[in-house]
Design a protein around this ligand. Structure first.
Ligand code: SAJ
Length: 433
Protein backbone atom coordinates (compact mmCIF):
# COMPACT_ATOMS: atom_id res chain seq x y z
CA UNK A 1 0.00 0.00 0.00
CA UNK A 2 1.18 3.51 -0.80
CA UNK A 3 0.83 7.03 0.44
CA UNK A 4 -1.28 9.15 -1.90
CA UNK A 5 -2.00 12.87 -1.83
CA UNK A 6 -5.18 13.71 -3.76
CA UNK A 7 -5.39 17.33 -4.93
CA UNK A 8 -8.92 18.69 -5.38
CA UNK A 9 -11.83 17.12 -3.48
CA UNK A 10 -14.66 17.59 -5.96
CA UNK A 11 -16.78 15.11 -7.92
CA UNK A 12 -13.71 13.15 -9.00
CA UNK A 13 -11.10 13.80 -6.31
CA UNK A 14 -13.26 13.03 -3.29
CA UNK A 15 -14.57 9.64 -4.43
CA UNK A 16 -11.09 8.75 -5.72
CA UNK A 17 -9.53 9.65 -2.36
CA UNK A 18 -12.17 7.60 -0.52
CA UNK A 19 -11.72 4.67 -2.93
CA UNK A 20 -7.95 4.60 -2.43
CA UNK A 21 -8.42 4.88 1.34
CA UNK A 22 -10.99 2.08 1.37
CA UNK A 23 -8.39 -0.04 -0.45
CA UNK A 24 -5.97 0.60 2.45
CA UNK A 25 -3.75 3.26 0.96
CA UNK A 26 -2.70 6.12 3.25
CA UNK A 27 -4.56 8.97 1.65
CA UNK A 28 -4.24 12.69 2.23
CA UNK A 29 -7.03 14.73 0.70
CA UNK A 30 -6.18 18.35 -0.04
CA UNK A 31 -8.42 21.08 -1.40
CA UNK A 32 -7.55 24.74 -1.86
CA UNK A 33 -10.99 25.66 -0.48
CA UNK A 34 -10.93 25.87 3.32
CA UNK A 35 -14.72 25.59 3.31
CA UNK A 36 -14.50 22.16 1.64
CA UNK A 37 -11.78 20.84 3.94
CA UNK A 38 -13.56 22.12 7.05
CA UNK A 39 -16.86 20.52 6.00
CA UNK A 40 -15.16 17.21 5.31
CA UNK A 41 -13.31 17.34 8.61
CA UNK A 42 -16.69 17.73 10.26
CA UNK A 43 -17.86 14.62 8.42
CA UNK A 44 -20.05 16.60 6.01
CA UNK A 45 -20.03 15.63 2.32
CA UNK A 46 -20.72 18.65 0.12
CA UNK A 47 -21.64 16.77 -3.10
CA UNK A 48 -24.91 15.13 -4.20
CA UNK A 49 -23.84 11.71 -5.47
CA UNK A 50 -25.52 8.40 -4.63
CA UNK A 51 -23.62 6.44 -1.96
CA UNK A 52 -20.85 9.02 -1.64
CA UNK A 53 -21.61 10.13 1.89
CA UNK A 54 -21.35 6.61 3.33
CA UNK A 55 -18.29 5.82 1.21
CA UNK A 56 -16.42 8.92 2.39
CA UNK A 57 -17.51 8.41 5.99
CA UNK A 58 -16.13 4.87 5.91
CA UNK A 59 -12.79 6.18 4.62
CA UNK A 60 -12.61 8.96 7.20
CA UNK A 61 -13.63 6.76 10.12
CA UNK A 62 -11.09 4.07 9.24
CA UNK A 63 -8.36 6.70 9.54
CA UNK A 64 -7.08 5.87 6.03
CA UNK A 65 -8.37 9.18 4.63
CA UNK A 66 -7.04 12.33 6.23
CA UNK A 67 -8.16 15.76 5.12
CA UNK A 68 -5.11 18.04 5.15
CA UNK A 69 -4.72 21.82 5.03
CA UNK A 70 -1.40 21.68 3.16
CA UNK A 71 -0.01 19.43 0.44
CA UNK A 72 2.07 16.65 2.00
CA UNK A 73 4.85 14.36 0.76
CA UNK A 74 3.47 11.17 -0.75
CA UNK A 75 4.53 8.42 -3.11
CA UNK A 76 1.69 9.40 -5.46
CA UNK A 77 0.14 12.80 -6.16
CA UNK A 78 -3.20 12.54 -7.95
CA UNK A 79 -4.42 15.86 -9.37
CA UNK A 80 -8.20 16.17 -9.82
CA UNK A 81 -8.69 19.93 -10.11
CA UNK A 82 -11.23 21.72 -12.30
CA UNK A 83 -10.36 23.05 -15.73
CA UNK A 84 -12.92 25.84 -16.17
CA UNK A 85 -14.07 26.68 -19.65
CA UNK A 86 -14.39 30.13 -21.17
CA UNK A 87 -17.59 30.26 -23.23
CA UNK A 88 -16.40 33.17 -25.35
CA UNK A 89 -12.92 32.03 -26.32
CA UNK A 90 -13.78 28.28 -26.07
CA UNK A 91 -10.55 27.80 -24.15
CA UNK A 92 -9.67 25.87 -21.02
CA UNK A 93 -8.38 27.72 -18.00
CA UNK A 94 -5.39 25.65 -16.89
CA UNK A 95 -4.51 27.77 -13.88
CA UNK A 96 -5.74 25.19 -11.36
CA UNK A 97 -3.57 22.56 -13.02
CA UNK A 98 -0.53 24.85 -12.88
CA UNK A 99 -1.28 25.80 -9.27
CA UNK A 100 -1.56 22.15 -8.31
CA UNK A 101 1.81 21.50 -9.99
CA UNK A 102 3.32 24.42 -8.07
CA UNK A 103 1.89 23.07 -4.82
CA UNK A 104 3.33 19.59 -5.45
CA UNK A 105 6.80 20.88 -6.47
CA UNK A 106 8.28 21.53 -3.01
CA UNK A 107 7.04 18.14 -1.74
CA UNK A 108 8.21 16.12 -4.73
CA UNK A 109 10.92 13.51 -4.08
CA UNK A 110 12.88 11.24 -6.31
CA UNK A 111 10.81 8.12 -7.07
CA UNK A 112 7.38 9.80 -6.64
CA UNK A 113 4.63 9.70 -9.26
CA UNK A 114 2.43 12.60 -10.31
CA UNK A 115 -0.86 11.73 -12.03
CA UNK A 116 -3.13 14.26 -13.73
CA UNK A 117 -6.76 13.10 -13.90
CA UNK A 118 -8.39 16.43 -14.84
CA UNK A 119 -9.76 16.63 -18.38
CA UNK A 120 -7.38 18.86 -20.35
CA UNK A 121 -6.54 19.86 -23.92
CA UNK A 122 -4.04 17.57 -25.66
CA UNK A 123 -0.46 18.39 -24.67
CA UNK A 124 -1.24 19.82 -21.21
CA UNK A 125 0.60 17.19 -19.15
CA UNK A 126 3.75 17.54 -21.20
CA UNK A 127 3.72 21.25 -22.03
CA UNK A 128 2.07 22.79 -18.98
CA UNK A 129 2.38 20.51 -15.95
CA UNK A 130 5.82 19.04 -16.59
CA UNK A 131 7.72 22.39 -16.67
CA UNK A 132 6.03 23.52 -13.44
CA UNK A 133 6.93 20.28 -11.65
CA UNK A 134 10.50 20.40 -12.97
CA UNK A 135 11.01 23.73 -11.20
CA UNK A 136 11.68 21.37 -8.27
CA UNK A 137 15.00 20.49 -9.93
CA UNK A 138 13.81 16.93 -10.60
CA UNK A 139 13.28 15.60 -14.14
CA UNK A 140 10.01 14.04 -15.28
CA UNK A 141 10.37 10.48 -16.57
CA UNK A 142 13.78 10.21 -14.88
CA UNK A 143 13.56 11.34 -11.26
CA UNK A 144 9.79 11.22 -10.92
CA UNK A 145 7.02 9.62 -12.97
CA UNK A 146 4.48 11.83 -14.74
CA UNK A 147 1.24 10.49 -16.15
CA UNK A 148 -2.15 11.44 -17.48
CA UNK A 149 -4.92 9.06 -16.43
CA UNK A 150 -8.27 10.58 -17.41
CA UNK A 151 -11.23 10.08 -15.13
CA UNK A 152 -14.15 8.40 -16.90
CA UNK A 153 -16.84 8.07 -14.24
CA UNK A 154 -20.47 8.92 -14.87
CA UNK A 155 -22.02 11.32 -12.35
CA UNK A 156 -24.78 9.38 -10.60
CA UNK A 157 -22.79 6.14 -10.75
CA UNK A 158 -19.34 7.33 -9.73
CA UNK A 159 -18.40 4.80 -7.06
CA UNK A 160 -19.28 1.76 -9.17
CA UNK A 161 -17.60 3.15 -12.28
CA UNK A 162 -14.42 4.15 -10.43
CA UNK A 163 -13.92 0.48 -9.72
CA UNK A 164 -15.36 -1.09 -12.87
CA UNK A 165 -14.45 1.21 -15.76
CA UNK A 166 -11.50 0.55 -18.02
CA UNK A 167 -8.71 3.09 -17.59
CA UNK A 168 -6.34 4.73 -20.03
CA UNK A 169 -2.90 5.53 -18.68
CA UNK A 170 -0.35 7.55 -20.62
CA UNK A 171 2.97 8.47 -19.04
CA UNK A 172 5.66 10.74 -20.38
CA UNK A 173 7.63 7.49 -20.74
CA UNK A 174 7.22 3.77 -20.04
CA UNK A 175 8.59 3.91 -16.49
CA UNK A 176 6.06 6.61 -15.63
CA UNK A 177 3.20 4.61 -17.09
CA UNK A 178 4.13 1.49 -15.12
CA UNK A 179 4.35 3.41 -11.84
CA UNK A 180 0.77 4.66 -12.29
CA UNK A 181 -0.50 1.24 -13.38
CA UNK A 182 0.62 -0.16 -10.00
CA UNK A 183 -1.63 2.31 -8.15
CA UNK A 184 -4.72 1.84 -10.34
CA UNK A 185 -4.40 -1.95 -10.31
CA UNK A 186 -5.03 -1.86 -6.58
CA UNK A 187 -8.71 -0.92 -7.09
CA UNK A 188 -9.62 -0.97 -10.81
CA UNK A 189 -11.48 -4.10 -11.90
CA UNK A 190 -11.73 -3.02 -15.56
CA UNK A 191 -8.94 -3.26 -18.12
CA UNK A 192 -6.04 -0.86 -17.94
CA UNK A 193 -4.82 0.25 -21.37
CA UNK A 194 -1.49 1.97 -21.51
CA UNK A 195 0.32 4.28 -23.91
CA UNK A 196 3.75 5.78 -23.52
CA UNK A 197 2.40 9.17 -24.46
CA UNK A 198 0.42 11.39 -22.12
CA UNK A 199 -0.99 13.43 -25.03
CA UNK A 200 -2.60 10.30 -26.51
CA UNK A 201 -4.30 9.62 -23.18
CA UNK A 202 -5.60 13.21 -23.09
CA UNK A 203 -6.85 12.91 -26.67
CA UNK A 204 -8.59 9.58 -26.00
CA UNK A 205 -10.61 11.06 -23.15
CA UNK A 206 -11.72 13.97 -25.32
CA UNK A 207 -12.79 11.84 -28.25
CA UNK A 208 -14.83 9.60 -25.93
CA UNK A 209 -16.93 12.56 -24.79
CA UNK A 210 -17.01 13.97 -28.31
CA UNK A 211 -18.36 10.67 -29.62
CA UNK A 212 -21.23 10.96 -27.17
CA UNK A 213 -21.90 14.61 -27.90
CA UNK A 214 -21.95 14.17 -31.69
CA UNK A 215 -24.06 11.04 -31.34
CA UNK A 216 -26.62 12.96 -29.26
CA UNK A 217 -26.59 15.71 -31.91
CA UNK A 218 -27.44 13.07 -34.48
CA UNK A 219 -30.28 11.85 -32.24
CA UNK A 220 -31.55 15.43 -31.87
CA UNK A 221 -31.47 15.94 -35.62
CA UNK A 222 -33.25 12.61 -36.14
CA UNK A 223 -35.91 13.77 -33.65
CA UNK A 224 -36.56 16.93 -35.66
CA UNK A 225 -36.64 14.96 -38.92
CA UNK A 226 -39.00 12.38 -37.42
CA UNK A 227 -41.39 15.12 -36.28
CA UNK A 228 -41.63 16.37 -39.88
CA UNK A 229 -42.65 12.86 -40.95
CA UNK A 230 -44.98 12.51 -37.96
CA UNK A 231 -42.90 9.63 -36.66
CA UNK A 232 -42.02 8.81 -33.04
CA UNK A 233 -38.24 9.37 -33.01
CA UNK A 234 -37.67 7.22 -29.96
CA UNK A 235 -39.50 4.26 -31.44
CA UNK A 236 -37.49 4.69 -34.65
CA UNK A 237 -34.17 4.96 -32.76
CA UNK A 238 -34.96 1.93 -30.65
CA UNK A 239 -35.70 -0.10 -33.75
CA UNK A 240 -32.60 1.21 -35.55
CA UNK A 241 -30.47 0.18 -32.57
CA UNK A 242 -31.47 -3.47 -32.98
CA UNK A 243 -28.85 -3.52 -35.76
CA UNK A 244 -25.63 -4.93 -34.26
CA UNK A 245 -23.51 -1.98 -35.41
CA UNK A 246 -25.90 0.89 -34.73
CA UNK A 247 -26.02 2.73 -31.38
CA UNK A 248 -27.88 6.01 -31.70
CA UNK A 249 -28.24 7.92 -28.44
CA UNK A 250 -31.38 9.62 -27.14
CA UNK A 251 -32.67 13.05 -28.17
CA UNK A 252 -33.49 15.58 -25.47
CA UNK A 253 -33.49 19.21 -24.41
CA UNK A 254 -29.77 19.66 -25.10
CA UNK A 255 -26.55 18.46 -23.55
CA UNK A 256 -25.41 19.64 -20.15
CA UNK A 257 -22.84 18.97 -17.48
CA UNK A 258 -19.22 19.93 -17.29
CA UNK A 259 -18.01 17.39 -19.85
CA UNK A 260 -19.92 16.79 -23.07
CA UNK A 261 -20.68 20.42 -23.97
CA UNK A 262 -17.09 21.46 -23.22
CA UNK A 263 -14.60 18.70 -23.97
CA UNK A 264 -15.16 18.73 -27.76
CA UNK A 265 -13.85 22.31 -27.81
CA UNK A 266 -10.64 21.18 -26.08
CA UNK A 267 -9.83 19.22 -29.23
CA UNK A 268 -9.50 22.55 -31.04
CA UNK A 269 -6.60 23.60 -28.79
CA UNK A 270 -3.89 22.63 -31.27
CA UNK A 271 -5.95 22.02 -34.40
CA UNK A 272 -8.57 23.79 -36.52
CA UNK A 273 -10.21 20.59 -37.77
CA UNK A 274 -13.47 20.93 -35.82
CA UNK A 275 -16.19 20.73 -38.48
CA UNK A 276 -18.66 17.99 -37.63
CA UNK A 277 -17.83 18.46 -33.96
CA UNK A 278 -18.65 22.16 -34.04
CA UNK A 279 -21.89 21.55 -35.95
CA UNK A 280 -22.88 18.93 -33.37
CA UNK A 281 -22.32 21.48 -30.61
CA UNK A 282 -24.55 23.96 -32.45
CA UNK A 283 -27.30 21.38 -32.87
CA UNK A 284 -27.24 20.44 -29.20
CA UNK A 285 -27.12 24.06 -28.05
CA UNK A 286 -30.00 24.82 -30.43
CA UNK A 287 -32.40 22.44 -28.69
CA UNK A 288 -33.54 25.17 -26.29
CA UNK A 289 -34.77 27.24 -29.28
CA UNK A 290 -36.44 24.14 -30.69
CA UNK A 291 -38.43 23.67 -27.47
CA UNK A 292 -39.36 27.36 -27.47
CA UNK A 293 -40.69 26.88 -31.01
CA UNK A 294 -42.80 23.92 -29.85
CA UNK A 295 -44.21 25.96 -26.96
CA UNK A 296 -44.96 28.92 -29.21
CA UNK A 297 -46.61 26.66 -31.76
CA UNK A 298 -48.83 25.04 -29.13
CA UNK A 299 -49.59 28.09 -26.97
CA UNK A 300 -49.86 30.66 -29.73
CA UNK A 301 -48.07 33.27 -27.65
CA UNK A 302 -45.60 33.06 -24.81
CA UNK A 303 -46.50 36.45 -23.46
CA UNK A 304 -48.49 36.21 -20.24
CA UNK A 305 -48.10 32.43 -20.12
CA UNK A 306 -47.07 30.45 -17.07
CA UNK A 307 -44.67 27.62 -17.82
CA UNK A 308 -43.41 25.04 -15.33
CA UNK A 309 -39.94 23.62 -15.96
CA UNK A 310 -39.55 20.35 -14.09
CA UNK A 311 -35.86 19.61 -13.60
CA UNK A 312 -33.01 22.06 -13.47
CA UNK A 313 -30.17 19.57 -12.98
CA UNK A 314 -28.33 18.73 -16.20
CA UNK A 315 -29.46 15.11 -16.00
CA UNK A 316 -31.58 12.72 -13.96
CA UNK A 317 -31.03 12.02 -10.26
CA UNK A 318 -28.11 14.39 -9.81
CA UNK A 319 -28.11 17.89 -8.29
CA UNK A 320 -25.53 19.41 -10.64
CA UNK A 321 -26.77 22.36 -12.71
CA UNK A 322 -23.59 23.10 -14.66
CA UNK A 323 -24.42 23.87 -18.32
CA UNK A 324 -27.96 22.74 -17.62
CA UNK A 325 -30.28 22.61 -20.68
CA UNK A 326 -33.17 23.74 -18.45
CA UNK A 327 -31.41 26.97 -17.57
CA UNK A 328 -30.68 27.61 -21.25
CA UNK A 329 -34.34 26.97 -22.00
CA UNK A 330 -35.45 29.41 -19.28
CA UNK A 331 -33.17 32.08 -20.78
CA UNK A 332 -34.40 31.40 -24.33
CA UNK A 333 -38.02 31.51 -23.21
CA UNK A 334 -37.52 34.83 -21.50
CA UNK A 335 -35.77 36.22 -24.57
CA UNK A 336 -38.45 34.91 -26.94
CA UNK A 337 -41.25 36.43 -24.83
CA UNK A 338 -39.39 39.75 -24.67
CA UNK A 339 -38.87 39.71 -28.46
CA UNK A 340 -42.55 38.96 -28.94
CA UNK A 341 -43.55 41.90 -26.72
CA UNK A 342 -41.22 44.15 -28.68
CA UNK A 343 -42.72 43.03 -31.98
CA UNK A 344 -46.22 43.74 -30.74
CA UNK A 345 -45.17 47.18 -29.54
CA UNK A 346 -43.39 47.97 -32.81
CA UNK A 347 -46.48 46.90 -34.73
CA UNK A 348 -48.36 49.70 -33.07
CA UNK A 349 -50.62 47.49 -30.99
CA UNK A 350 -50.80 47.84 -27.28
CA UNK A 351 -47.48 47.18 -25.60
CA UNK A 352 -46.86 43.46 -25.20
CA UNK A 353 -48.00 41.77 -22.02
CA UNK A 354 -46.25 40.60 -18.92
CA UNK A 355 -43.55 38.38 -20.37
CA UNK A 356 -43.48 34.72 -19.49
CA UNK A 357 -43.81 33.41 -15.95
CA UNK A 358 -41.28 30.57 -15.66
CA UNK A 359 -41.49 28.42 -12.55
CA UNK A 360 -38.64 26.01 -12.06
CA UNK A 361 -38.75 23.04 -9.73
CA UNK A 362 -36.08 20.46 -8.94
CA UNK A 363 -36.08 18.19 -5.89
CA UNK A 364 -32.32 17.51 -6.27
CA UNK A 365 -31.13 21.10 -6.50
CA UNK A 366 -30.57 23.48 -3.62
CA UNK A 367 -33.33 26.09 -3.93
CA UNK A 368 -31.16 28.63 -2.12
CA UNK A 369 -28.77 28.73 -5.05
CA UNK A 370 -31.38 29.07 -7.79
CA UNK A 371 -34.77 30.67 -7.70
CA UNK A 372 -36.73 27.43 -7.46
CA UNK A 373 -40.26 26.76 -6.25
CA UNK A 374 -42.02 23.72 -4.84
CA UNK A 375 -43.78 21.29 -7.16
CA UNK A 376 -47.29 22.58 -6.41
CA UNK A 377 -46.30 26.20 -6.94
CA UNK A 378 -44.68 25.27 -10.26
CA UNK A 379 -47.66 23.47 -11.80
CA UNK A 380 -50.62 25.30 -10.24
CA UNK A 381 -52.07 27.58 -12.90
CA UNK A 382 -49.49 26.54 -15.51
CA UNK A 383 -50.34 26.75 -19.20
CA UNK A 384 -47.64 24.19 -19.94
CA UNK A 385 -45.41 21.79 -18.07
CA UNK A 386 -42.02 20.95 -19.56
CA UNK A 387 -40.07 17.95 -18.28
CA UNK A 388 -36.45 18.97 -18.67
CA UNK A 389 -34.70 16.38 -16.49
CA UNK A 390 -35.34 12.66 -16.14
CA UNK A 391 -35.44 12.50 -12.35
CA UNK A 392 -37.13 9.37 -10.96
CA UNK A 393 -39.56 11.60 -9.03
CA UNK A 394 -40.96 12.96 -12.30
CA UNK A 395 -41.28 9.54 -13.94
CA UNK A 396 -43.65 8.61 -11.09
CA UNK A 397 -46.01 11.55 -11.57
CA UNK A 398 -49.72 10.84 -11.98
CA UNK A 399 -51.47 12.76 -14.78
CA UNK A 400 -54.82 13.62 -13.15
CA UNK A 401 -53.59 15.74 -10.20
CA UNK A 402 -51.15 17.60 -12.45
CA UNK A 403 -53.85 18.39 -15.01
CA UNK A 404 -56.30 19.48 -12.31
CA UNK A 405 -53.77 21.98 -10.97
CA UNK A 406 -52.95 23.46 -14.36
CA UNK A 407 -54.80 26.10 -16.34
CA UNK A 408 -53.73 24.61 -19.67
CA UNK A 409 -53.17 21.03 -20.81
CA UNK A 410 -49.81 21.08 -22.57
CA UNK A 411 -47.05 18.71 -21.53
CA UNK A 412 -43.69 18.81 -23.31
CA UNK A 413 -41.81 15.69 -22.21
CA UNK A 414 -38.32 16.32 -23.57
CA UNK A 415 -36.94 13.15 -21.96
CA UNK A 416 -39.89 10.88 -22.82
CA UNK A 417 -40.19 9.60 -19.26
CA UNK A 418 -43.98 9.66 -18.92
CA UNK A 419 -46.26 7.04 -20.50
CA UNK A 420 -47.54 8.85 -23.56
CA UNK A 421 -50.91 7.09 -23.99
CA UNK A 422 -51.89 7.37 -20.34
CA UNK A 423 -51.20 11.11 -20.19
CA UNK A 424 -52.98 11.77 -23.48
CA UNK A 425 -56.02 9.75 -22.47
CA UNK A 426 -56.13 11.71 -19.22
CA UNK A 427 -56.58 14.87 -21.32
CA UNK A 428 -53.07 16.14 -21.92
CA UNK A 429 -51.85 17.54 -25.17
CA UNK A 430 -48.41 15.91 -25.26
CA UNK A 431 -45.29 16.74 -27.25
CA UNK A 432 -41.99 14.93 -27.07
CA UNK A 433 -38.57 15.67 -28.55
N1 SAJ B 1 -27.81 13.04 -22.93
C1 SAJ B 1 -28.70 13.05 -23.99
N2 SAJ B 1 -28.91 11.89 -24.67
C2 SAJ B 1 -28.30 10.72 -24.34
C3 SAJ B 1 -27.39 10.71 -23.27
C4 SAJ B 1 -27.17 11.89 -22.57
O1 SAJ B 1 -29.28 14.08 -24.33
O2 SAJ B 1 -28.56 9.72 -25.01
C5 SAJ B 1 -27.52 14.28 -22.20
C6 SAJ B 1 -27.83 14.21 -20.71
O3 SAJ B 1 -29.17 14.44 -20.45
C7 SAJ B 1 -26.90 15.29 -20.18
C8 SAJ B 1 -25.70 15.20 -21.10
O4 SAJ B 1 -26.13 14.50 -22.25
O5 SAJ B 1 -27.47 16.56 -20.29
C9 SAJ B 1 -24.47 14.54 -20.51
O6 SAJ B 1 -24.85 13.42 -19.77
P1 SAJ B 1 -24.08 12.00 -19.83
O7 SAJ B 1 -24.77 11.11 -18.90
O8 SAJ B 1 -23.94 11.56 -21.22
O9 SAJ B 1 -22.61 12.34 -19.41
P2 SAJ B 1 -21.90 13.12 -18.19
O10 SAJ B 1 -21.54 14.48 -18.69
O11 SAJ B 1 -22.66 13.05 -16.94
O12 SAJ B 1 -20.57 12.24 -18.06
C10 SAJ B 1 -19.73 12.08 -19.20
C11 SAJ B 1 -19.43 10.59 -19.37
N3 SAJ B 1 -18.75 10.35 -20.64
C12 SAJ B 1 -19.12 9.36 -21.48
O13 SAJ B 1 -20.06 8.64 -21.26
C13 SAJ B 1 -18.31 9.20 -22.72
C14 SAJ B 1 -18.57 10.12 -18.20
O14 SAJ B 1 -18.19 8.77 -18.39
C15 SAJ B 1 -17.32 11.00 -18.08
O15 SAJ B 1 -16.50 10.61 -16.99
C16 SAJ B 1 -17.79 12.41 -17.85
O16 SAJ B 1 -18.54 12.82 -18.98
C17 SAJ B 1 -16.57 13.31 -17.67
O17 SAJ B 1 -16.25 13.67 -16.52
O18 SAJ B 1 -15.89 13.58 -18.66
Amino acid sequence: MSSVCVHGLGYIGLPTAAMLANYDHDVYGYDASKEVTEQLRGGEVHLDEPGLRAFVTQALESGQLNIVEEVVEAKYHVICVPTPFDEESKEADLNYVRQAGKAVGPHLRSGDTVILESTVPPGTTFNELKPVLEESGLAAGKDFALVHCPETVLPGNIITELRQNNRIIGGVNGVSTEAAVRLYRSFVEGDIRTTEDATTAEFVKLIQNTFRDTNIALANEIAKLAADYDIDSREAIEMANTHPRVEIHQPGPGVGGHCLPIDPWFLGYGSDQLDLIETAREINDGMACHIVDILREELGTLDGRQIALLGVAYKGNVGDVRQSPALDLAAELQQAAADQSQLTADGGNQLGGDGVDIRMHDPHVDDQVLDLVGFDEAVTGADAVVITTDHDEFAELEPAPVLNSMTGDLLVDTKAILPEREWISEGFSLRRI
